[in-house]
Each structure stands twice: as C-alpha cells, then as structure tokens.
Design a protein around this ligand. Structure first.
Ligand SMILES: [Mg+2]
Length: 243
C-alpha cells in the first residue's frame, strides 16, 4: 500500500461494478483499459529473483535470501537489499552494479514469467470480457516482452490477447512510458469509447482522466515510480480487484 491509501473510499468496490455496468450498457463497443505492472501484475517476485541471482553471482548470502516482501518501498532496490539483510553501506556500494544487472534482466520475457497477479485481477478481467467490453492492456513494457507477458497472463488465468482482448506495447525499450501511453490514447480512441482506465502510475491515470473526460479513471494504490505527482480529484483509488 502506498501514500494514496487514504484516498480509498470504504465503498471502493462500487467503482469496479460501475465499470462492468458501463461495459454492459455499451453493448460490445466500450473499451476498458488496464496497465500491467503494479496494476494487474505484482512484479515483486521478478524483482526478488533478480536480487537473489545477483547475490549468488557476487557471493552475497543476504541477497540470496531476498523475497518479494522485502520490496516494501516500491521498486527501490537499495531498500530491498537492506530489508534482505545487507548493511546500508554495502547496499550503497553495490547499487550501481546491481542496477545494471537488474536492467539487463528485468525488461525481458524470461523474467516476466515470475510475475503474479494483483489480487482479484484475473476474475475481474474475465468479468469485463463477459460484460462485453473490449479489454485493452496498455503497458510500458516493450514488444520483446510480449511472449513472457502473455505467458504470465495465461499462467495467472487472465484473458490473453485475441478476440475482444488486445495488448498495446512500446515498440522498443527506448521510448518513454509517458509518451507511449499518450500515443496509445489515439489507438484506444479508434477502438471505441473508453469507459474506464486502470493504472497505478499517477501521471498515467491523470492523463487518461484529461484525455477521456467521460471515462472512469481508476488508480491502483499499489506502488508507483515515486515521482511527486498529485492525483486529479476525479481519479478514484482502489487497492486491488477482489470485490
Ligand atoms: Mg504500472
């Protein structure tokens, strides 16, 4: 949970029901948008695996015991290393090397396969399809990660691309997530009216709210990049998809 936890209303689950009702009303035309990382997928097992592999390669026993619950401060690798038992000084001294090791693995299909679902996401996504929505995953992952992403969706029991379900990805790793998501807005508009958009990143959910004034902009209060961005007032925060 993050600093947006206090934005979550007691009846937050009604937002999920509202999006399903909008999908049913749109009779097959409406679009429901879902980000992947920290929205429908929890990446912490992938993060922890990379840290363990680094620990094994560098002979750092504390890091070989790293687990997903050591990532309590978003994607903060240094924080996770200390939580796993490394001293502050050692975490500082290895950080640059670890970040390079991480970067060479994190954005690859074989490592996507460690991802697990955000609680309730598979069931909710299937309910969206059943309600007649076009479900579109819009992610900052790039095309090279398509195979691993689809494999993780299938393993978690989520709808996979095909038919009413599609997956929009950055062409390459180089593009920024922010600008790619704005490109995706145009593609979404061509698919049909955007009824709701779910994303954990405050910048991205604010962008959906601005671009699609009639959509439900839904923020997952999981974790985020850490940029100090205030959520637009009409954005609704939810903790997960188990309603
Ligand atoms: Mg995300």
């Amino acid at each position: 949970m993050n600093e947006f936890a206090n934005r979550i209303a007691v009846d937050w689950h009604k937002t999920l029901e509202r999006a399903l009702a909008l999908a049913a009303q749109s009779q097959g035309k409406g679009v429901l948008v879902f980000d992947l990382d920290s929205t429908v997928f929890d990446n912490r097992p992938r993060q922890a695996r990379i840290v363990r592999e680094y620990g094994a390669q560098k002979g750092l026993p504390a890091l070989t015991r790293c687990q997903d619950f050591h990532f309590t401060n978003g994607w903060d690798l240094k924080h996770a290393c200390v939580a796993a038992g490394l001293s502050d000084e050692d975490a500082e001294s290895i950080f640059r090397d670890l970040k390079n090791f991480w970067g060479a693995r994190f954005f690859t299909s074989p490592y996507c396969r460690d991802d697990i679902e955000i609680v309730g996401a598979p069931r909710y996504l299937h309910a969206c399809v059943k309600a007649g929505a076009k479900v579109v995953y819009v992610t900052g992952r790039h095309e090279e990660m398509r195979a691993g992403s689809i494999e993780a969706m299938a393993r978690c029991g989520m709808p996979v691309p095909g038919g009413a379900v599609s997956l929009m990805m950055k062409p390459t790793l180089r593009e920024s997530d922010d600008s790619y998501k704005r490109v995706a807005h145009q593609l979404l508009e061509e698919l049909g009216p955007v009824l709701a958009a779910f994303d954990n990143e405050p910048t991205h959910v604010n962008d959906y709210a601005a671009r699609f004034p009639t959509c439900l902009p839904v923020h997952l209060a999981t974790d985020h990049s850490g940029r100090p961005v205030t959520l637009t007032e009409r954005v609704i925060s939810i903790p997960h998809f188990a309603w």
